[in-house]
Design a protein around this ligand. Structure first.
Ligand code: NAD
Ligand code: A1AUG
Length: 515
């Protein structure tokens, strides 16, 4: 009997035993740094000469792993394997498919700190952020397994005398899963297993910065009993393998999570049918954000500053949900800004191996350069009142940075920076604050800090984002509790971890029989 779903608890690292356990797993992971990882195609392991070299962003000399790189020929082979495996996987009982997910969840739970320690090494995640990423991966496995058990018999529809009508969900076909590096376990695993449990077969192309944790996850799925060809592992270049698979006539759907620009490229390419293609490709695209914490004059100002700082600088602001804009009502602007500066100056930046590090590095040289470029723009557009410096000698470290006095239409307040930078703008009153909050092309997350019930209700209606939070920060959605996804250029609002998510990977079939 499947137990009711509950989210995986976070680890309390104040507990000495937990600290010791995490340190032991960091040592364990260090033993296997630098190893080679193969592709997986139709159950066959393939090693290529050409490798993706994954490096530790906190110590760029340290190689985390060398992962074989797929090319078009291998991608084609993987597509054929997935098409073949779909013939049997689509007919495999949904209960059995769900059991594979439950077993995979149990395996990852037993190796929880090992996976998190690998995230610390490969993505530069501080302990609590890595722990949350692993917990979310477990949650996706547990939640989607249960959702499939709910959907397996379809939904009742009306029948009439001597007529029996049914409404069932059937899988789509072969899906391409394209995942980002910032939640390299949770989002990669969640998008993969949602497609699989619904009866589809997939080709997984993880982000090139974090392929090792994806390779480890693929091993877990094999251990959990997934048949050959259902999950094919094809890391590779977006431009080469990504475009090829997006354009492929046998691709039935694409599940993409990543930037706005790549999301738009995929959306456009997928709309053009390839030679011999007999369907419209479905696209799930979860993209960027420019997320705002709104602070009202009638608010707990300490809570407001805490929420701004946590939302802006958790995992160095490298979350689509990051609160990269603070819009504060005039009356309390100076107080909130000053307290946010104080809190920011207390944050520790350093090697995420150290449990006392709050903020680790950003992911790579190109991210470092881009974020430092934005900080320079910020010097022109506003005033740097905290941080503003970076150091890329050993790893890619950037101080948490606050830029104050910004025009709401400035670049810092409009463009996704994806780093530890938050811009502050003043609003005349609460209505003006909401107007500013809605003035970007994105619509992913937002938070409102106020004690006023009417203002909460106004924001509930008028603040146009997929995930809106009151009196807390705007990051950290939990699977099954706060289904996640955004409006406008933030994507197709797929609501990962929500009750409708699996349906995006299925099609409904009506049957009607007369007696
Ligand atoms: N909305 C969400 O749920 C969500 C969650 C996490 C991250 N994100 C967004 O992701 C971005 C950061 O992640 P990123 O830097 O990995 O994004 P990215 O768009 O650069 O890459 C995402 C994935 O797309 C692949 N890719 C690149 N070019 C491709 C192509 N031509 N065809 C197919 N695939 C291609 C990459 O290799 C990677 O696997 C941010 O914009 C962030 O906001 C959104
Ligand atoms: N789901 C995560 C964000 C994922 C994107 O980076 C959150 O709610 O903070």
């Amino acid at each position: 009997m499947v137990q009711p779903y509950k989210h995986e608890p976070f680890t309390n690292f104040k507990d000495e035993e937990n600290r010791k356990a995490y340190l032991a797993e960091l040592e364990e992971v260090e033993q296997y740094l630098g190893q080679d990882y193969d592709l997986l195609v139709g159950g066959e392991r393939i090693a290529t000469e050409d490798k993706i070299i994954s490096c530790n962003p906190a110590n760029k000399e340290e190689v985390v792993g060398r992962v074989s790189k797929a090319n078009r020929e291998i991608a084609e082979k993987a597509m054929k394997a997935a098409v073949e495996a779909f013939k049997t996987w689509k007919k495999t009982k949904p209960e059995l498919r769900a059991d594979v997910l439950f077993k995979a969840a149990a395996i990852i739970r037993r190796r929880k700190h090992e996976f998190s320690a690998l995230l610390t090494k490969e993505a530069g995640k501080p302990w609590n952020e890595a722990d949350a990423d692993t917990a979310e991966a477990i949650d996706f496995l547990e939640f989607y397994g249960r959702q499939m058990l709910v959907l397996k018999d379809g939904v009742p529809v009306q029948s009439r005398p001597n007529e029996y009508n049914r409404y069932d969900y059937i899988p789509l076909g072969v899906g391409i899963i394209i995942s980002p590096w910032n939640f390299p376990l949770a989002i990669m695993a969640g998008t993969t297993v949602a497609a699989i449990v619904a009866g589809n077969t997939v080709l997984l192309k993880p982000a090139s910065a974090t392929p090792v944790v994806a390779a480890k996850f693929v091993e877990v799925m094999e251990e959990a009993g997934l048949p050959k060809g259902v999950l094919n592992f094809v890391p590779g270049s977006g431009a080469e393998v990504g475009d090829y698979l997006v354009d492929h006539k046998d691709t039935r759907f694409i599940s993409f999570t990543g930037s706005r620009d790549i999301g738009l490229r995929i959306y456009e390419r997928a709309s053009k049918p390839g030679n011999g293609q007999i369907w419209l490709k479905r696209v799930i695209a979860e993209m960027g954000g420019k997320d705002t914490v709104v602070v009202d004059s009638e608010a707990d100002l300490e809570l407001a500053a805490q929420a701004i700082v946590a939302s802006a600088f958790g995992f160095s602001g490298q979350k689509c949900s990051a609160g990269s804009r603070a819009v504060v009502v005039e009356e309390v602007y100076d107080q909130v800004l000053n307290r946010s500066i104080e809190l920011t100056k207390q944050l520790t930046v350093g090697n995420p191996d150290d449990p006392d590090t709050y903020m680790g590095p950003v992911i790579d040289q190109s991210a470092f350069n881009k974020i430092m470029g934005y900080i320079e723009i910020g010097r022109e557009e506003g005033e740097i009142v905290a941080g503003g410096h970076g150091d890329d000698t050993k790893g890619y470290f950037i101080q948490p940075t606050i830029i104050a006095g910004l025009d709401p239409k400035s670049r810092i307040m409009q463009e996704e920076i994806f780093g530890p930078v938050v811009g502050f703008s003043r609003a005349r009153d609460f209505d003006h604050a909401l107007e500013i909050a809605n003035n970007t092309e994105y619509g992913l997350t937002g938070a409102v800090i106020t004690r006023n019930r009417e203002k909460i209700e106004k924001a509930r209606e008028d603040f146009h984002v997929g995930n809106l939070y009151f009196n807390r920060g705007c990051t950290g959605a939990i699977v099954g509790y706060q289904p996640f996804g955004g409006f406008n250029m933030s994507g197709t609002d797929s609501k990962a971890g929500g009750p409708d998510y699996l349906l995006l990977h299925m099609q409904a079939k009506t049957t009607s029989e007369l007696f």
